[in-house]
Design a protein around this ligand. Sequence first.
Ligand code: OSB
Ligand code: MG
Length: 374
Amino acid sequence: MTVERIDLVRVGLPLVTPFRTSFGVQTVRDALLVHVRGREAEGWGECVTPASPVYSEEYTDGAMHVLADELVPRLLAPGRSVRAEDVGLRLAGIKGHRMAKAALESAVLDAQLRAADRPLAAYLGATRDRVPAGVSVGIPDGGVPELLELVAGYLQAGYVRIKAKVARGADVQPMQALRSRFGASLRLQVDANAGYDPDARADVAALDGLDELGLVQIEQPFGPDRLLAHARHAARWRTPVCLDESVTDAARAVEALELRACRIVNVKPGRVGGPLESVRVHDACRDRGVPVWCGGMLETGVGRALNVAIAAMPGFELPGDTSASDRYFAEDVTEPFVLQDGHVAVPQGPGIGRTPRDEPLKAAERHRVDPLGS
Ligand code: OSB
Ligand code: MG
């Protein structure tokens, strides 16, 4: 792919429902899109950073800065040619900033595949043309009654499993309420976003209480670096532990599995540094018989298209947070993803198979940077 121009496009999309986790509440998706224009084709990638460094160290202003001042200049120049397969190595001199790197690698990969008229799912070795959709439900301000109502709506819409966010003081009781309202057959899992202390008695008691509820998994109870703490408690629980924040690349996934810190891995292309590292995480887990599923970061249609293609690979044995666009936004920047019979269709067009439309993109645009000054 021969580069001609690149734009970093910051967009703000209001969420249809506020999204509260153990690390705070989001009401707007503050997203950063990377638009690469090459001689042969254009490509899009989404940087999934939140506005503040609350999920990991990364945040959108920082990503914008590191992309504009470090990553883009190392990788691209007008007239220079680049392959997605080389992006990781070429950017390895910059430490961390995986979400920013992932956005760039995704955009280059999209352009490269569009130039070759090849769908991303085929490139990734996907084996499905649609993927089952779960939904991630925040902690509602209205407490248990609002949670029950939200979940009823999602089940009515067809979502095949519910992931509920939990935090100190909003854990066992609301999950028990979901069990009594929707019964033992509800596919229910929880995500703590590292909100618990493995050495605090009250926290461990709450997690032990969740372990009684027949959950599909408990996601990231403790801090990202606490692999041994995860292993210690996972050994006592019957509910499988899944790691999200802890798994920053394929090597870390292998370490977590060898330490028995988890039995399930959440794959997010942003968190692991790109689509190609996501494939390596998938392959490492598959070799070990460990199921993976595709997480989400409230992506617009650009990041969602990547996630849905990734979720179509054979090791993705559990439903992901690959929800339909209307679960997040009244109007997405791309053609929306829709829920059909509990599934979303894997895009079949070249590259990621979705392109931001002019009108909604213009309406959502807040700021634009042209790092090559072209
Ligand atoms: O931990 O999976 C997470 C959203 C933002 C940051 C972290 C997480 C999430 C979600 C939302 O759970 C999943 C989705 O995109 O639907
Ligand atoms: Mg998570």
